[in-house]
Design a protein around this ligand. Structure first.
Ligand SMILES: Cc1ncc(COP(=O)(O)O)c(C=O)c1O
Length: 389
């Protein structure tokens, strides 16, 4: 790969394999559909999908038809679930490329019936509280009648999405309520002999946490073998407060290399608008990564990075293509030549094994880990390491 700027996202496939194995071992026979939408949360969708297939993954979830087409064109054979809606043109593409639509409106059913030459397998989505996509549970009976012995449509599964998976451990939380609703819907559809999937990372990790103790028999998380759609956790992060539920390994490390150093005097400022003023003679490292690469500008004068194994502050406003670091404490009394081309880790693992979490940066940037990962820009090359990279 041509790379004239040493700024890249290192994707550790061994770590991905580990995270998936955690799930496969804990839930050997369950429906498992890793979410690889949004460029596999920024990790590179085609590469990851092909790798996940090799690891035995049979289902993959994306949002857009375009994302599914890209996977098929890259040679992905697994079942691809398309979660976003579609019109009749979209229905045709979905069928042509052997993908599985997640149907959430009556129009979707009409579009499929209009274009399907033979029965098309669908998953049916119910809105149990997210208030975003899906049928109301009250529509279950009417849907049953429309789909039972339908010549164009074959119902394969029911779907819902937890809007507050963080409370799934509780028997009385929003998640419990949502799961109960889908469970009741699934009773209407019993003659179909289908299954339901509902668990995102927070739901799955809650179930793992409960299984460590003894799970109450009627807990909504164990009412049926809920299928799983993990996103964040396969990329190495646990969104729950209890971080000891299982061992997950962060997959992406965002890295760069110092371009130049500036020696500045007390009172001089750094970057646009001069928001940072040196309180002493300082050494500033200029790093070729900026907000156009997905390093959030709100981290100006707030974020830290790893430089020569130590945390150093981001100083001054983050630019489109660069950010600046105050490395004075690390380089003081040393020859700057020893820090030529010094690696900088924006998040993830440095070459020395030190780790800086994007969860911490997300908090500082007033966002969530999902956004830190998916923000990593298109012009940042992804470099795959580990098994058969
Ligand atoms: C429908 C659906 N299922 C599963 C997920 C995965 O969620 P998480 O990354 O929290 O595991 C998402 C992510 O937004 C989603 O939209």
């Amino acid at each position: 790969m041509e790379m004239y700027r040493r700024t890249f996202a290192e994707i550790n496939l061994d770590h991905l394999a580990h995270n998936v194995r955690v799930l496969q071992e804990a839930f050997p026979n369950r429906f498992l559909c890793p979410m690889v939408k949004a460029n596999a949360y920024g990790h590179g969708d085609a590469q990851l999908a092909l790798f996940l297939e090799k690891k035995g993954i049979k289902h993959l979830g994306v949002c857009l038809i375009e994302e599914g087409l890209l996977l098929r064109d890259s040679g992905v054979k697994a079942e691809i679930l398309i979660f976003r809606g579609f019109d009749s043109e979209g229905a045709e593409k979905i069928i042509q490329y052997g993908m599985t639509p997640v149907v959430s409106t009556w129009e979707h059913i009409e579009h499929l019936e209009a274009v399907a030459a033979s029965p098309v397998g669908i998953h049916l989505k119910f809105d149990t509280g997210m208030n975003r996509l899906g049928f109301r549970p009250e529509e279950a009976q009417k849907l049953f009648e429309r789909l039972w012995q339908n010549k164009k449509i074959r119902l394969k599964a029911l779907v819902t999405h937890l809007f507050n998976g963080e409370d799934a451990v509780s028997e009385k939380g929003h998640s419990a309520e949502q799961l109960l609703k889908l469970h009741h819907v699934s009773e209407v559809f019993k003659p179909f002999d289908i299954f339901s999937h509902s668990l995102n990372s927070a739901g799955i990790l809650s179930l793992l946490a409960l299984q460590k103790k003894s799970v109450p028999e009627n807990h909504p998380l164990v009412l049926q073998e809920w299928g799983m759609r993990p996103g964040l956790m396969i990329y190495g992060y646990n969104p729950l407060a209890d971080k000891n539920i299982c061992d997950l390994k962060p997959v992406m490390s965002l890295k760069s290399q110092v371009g130049t150093y500036r020696q500045i005097k007390t009172g001089e400022t750094v970057s646009y608008s001069g928001t940072w003023k040196a309180q002493r003679d300082s050494v500033i490292a200029v790093v070729p990564i900026g907000y156009a690469d997905g390093y959030h500008r709100i981290l100006s004068n707030q974020g830290h990075v790893l430089f020569a194994g130590q945390r150093v502050p981001v100083v001054g406003n983050i630019c489109m293509d660069y950010l600046m670091l105050d490395v004075t404490d690390v380089v003081q009394g040393k020859d700057l030549k020893d820090f030529k081309d010094q690696e900088v880790t924006l998040f993830g693992f440095g070459s020395d094994g030190n780790f800086l979490s994007p969860e911490e940066l997300a908090q500082q940037a007033k966002t969530i880990t999902w956004e830190m990962l998916t923000s990593v820009g298109e012009r940042v090359p992804r470099i795959y390491t580990g098994e058969k990279a």
